[in-house]
Design a protein around this ligand. Structure first.
Ligand code: MG
Length: 161
């Protein structure tokens, strides 16, 4: 019988301002873009939302506690490294990820040509098969900040490892 008490769900959200001329990272991939995130790290808001979802599900706090943006050690750091650090935590390691469902809010670049690349990157970073990782893309639907903001939300389900 499944012990449903041993499952954990977590959600994460992140957003970054977009600035012309900066590299644009999403889901562990650098995508061709005219603007990239203003951030202390590489500004990968999808991985930041994912990290917060994992930390939330395992009751381990939030990304700001783990990797303060006041710490020079994390300046320009690849968010995939931050994710690897979280996944290596013994308390987080008591669980395995059952599935990830994520949504990115972004006008440009359009994500449809990159969806498979991004999903493959998330699968690789998490060690999950494609059927456990879903990525959804939404535009800002004409909101006034559409060109200047990227945001992402992520939900994960964890089960005992
Ligand atoms: Mg962030």
């Amino acid at each position: 019988m499944i012990d449903t008490e041993s499952f954990r769900i977590g959600q994460g959200y992140d957003s970054h301002a977009l600035v012309a001329g900066r590299p644009f990272f999403l889901g562990g991939v650098e995508l061709p873009a005219e603007a990239g995130a203003m951030a202390h790290s590489d500004g990968d808001c999808l991985l930041h939302a994912l990290i917060d979802a994992i930390l939330g599900a395992s009751a381990r706090g939030d990304i700001g506690q783990w990797f303060p943006d006041s710490d020079p050690a994390f300046k320009g750091v690849a968010s995939s490294e931050l994710l690897a650090t979280v996944l290596a935590d013994p308390e987080v390691g008591r669980f395995r990820i059952v599935n990830l469902d994520a949504t990115v809010f972004l006008d440009r670049p359009r994500l449809s040509p990159h969806r498979e690349t991004l999903q493959a990157s998330l699968c690789r970073l998490l060690g999950l098969e494609p059927g456990r990782v879903n990525l959804k893309a939404k535009t800002w639907e004409g909101m006034p900040w559409a060109a200047a903001l990227v945001a992402a939300s992520a939900t994960v389900l964890l089960a005992p490892a």
